[in-house]
Write a protein that binds this ligand. Structure first.
Ligand code: ADP
Ligand code: MG
Length: 275
């Protein structure tokens, strides 16, 4: 059995990520029985030079300081032979993409109160991050995990700390489904782009399919930039629909921030019920 850093004992593979293997590990040094299981992400980087190692370390330090119930806790990072390893909290419920697929297969729906609770959990997590100058940049159902019935944002692979306001570099990665119109138009990534992604996730929770879909990448991108707001199931309230329409404003300056969304009467009412 593999042991990392003399401390993390591999239990089983959770999956194969885009950069390496994801392991479920037992932390031999953890004293809290409930928290001994952790996730170790092994990122192979044979040619990483000193500068890059420095960048990753710097990023790791920033992530280490994010401490919020809606964010997958970052525990540790180190270099192990040719791999950079990141140790995080384990979320036994898996990711939201798996859960949505399971619901679809079984013909189940997420009841509205659950959808709203999930939305609030995501908004609180993002409000916390944004308040610290951190944007996620890759919010999607596959990067949202479930632990004890609550959602946690994870996988900050490409998230960056906003240094001043100059860092508006847009990023292009994998799937376009959650990308905002401004990102696709190369107008730069900003905190509102994370909010757009939350709108796409909200739609997916309700309809169990992507908000913007098509035969090709180009088709999806065209719909995001030029298409109408997608259709809405009548099984959910029009109040929730209005929140959704606010979130999917194509112009980021018209799109509310997490703080503004959390102040909407529809949301504050639900927040009181949850408490
Ligand atoms: P990548 O984003 O690099 O492609 P993934 O995030 O998809 O890698 O991870 C691979 C698998 O490990 C997925 O099935 C995912 O659900 C699971 N996984 C990743 N992080 C956690 C976690 N913190 N808790 C539970 N499962 C996780
Ligand atoms: Mg992932």
């Amino acid at each position: 059995k593999r042991v990392f850093a003399n401390r993390y004992h591999a239990e089983r593979k959770l999956g194969k990520g885009s950069f390496g293997t994801v392991w479920l590990v037992t932390d031999a040094k953890c004293k809290i029985p409930d928290e001994k299981l952790k996730v170790l992400k092994e990122i192979s980087c044979p040619d990483m030079d000193n500068d890059e190692t420095f960048d990753v370390d710097r990023e790791a330090t920033l992530l280490r300081n994010l401490n919020h119930p809606g964010i997958v806790r970052f525990h540790d990072s180190f270099l192990d032979s040719d791999c950079y390893c990141i140790v995080t909290e384990y979320c036994e419920g898996g990711d939201l993409d798996q859960k949505i697929k399971e619901y679809k297969k079984e013909g189940k729906k997420f009841p509205e109160p659950i959808v709203v609770e999930y939305l609030i959990q995501l908004l609180l997590a993002v409000q916390y991050m944004h308040g610290r100058g951190v944007m996620h940049r890759d919010l999607k159902t596959r990067n949202i995990f479930i632990k004890k019935g609550k959602l946690k944002v994870g996988d900050f692979g490409i998230s960056r700390i906003l240094i001043g306001t100059s860092d508006m570099a847009s990023t292009f990665t994998g799937t376009p489904y959650y990308m905002s119109p401004e990102v696709l138009k190369h107008q730069g990534y900003n905190a509102k782009s994370d909010i757009w992604s939350i709108g796409c996730i909200l739609y997916e929770l309700i309809h169990l399919k992507h908000a913007f879909d098509g035969e090709s990448m180009m088709g999806v991108m065209y719909k995001i930039v030029e298409g109408d707001t997608p259709d809405w199931s009548s099984n959910y309230s029009t109040d929730l629909r209005s929140v959704f329409e606010l979130i999917l404003k194509k112009n980021p300056s018209e799109r509310p921030s997490s703080k503004e969304l959390l102040k909407l009467p529809f949301i504050t009412k639900q927040m009181e019920k949850i408490k």
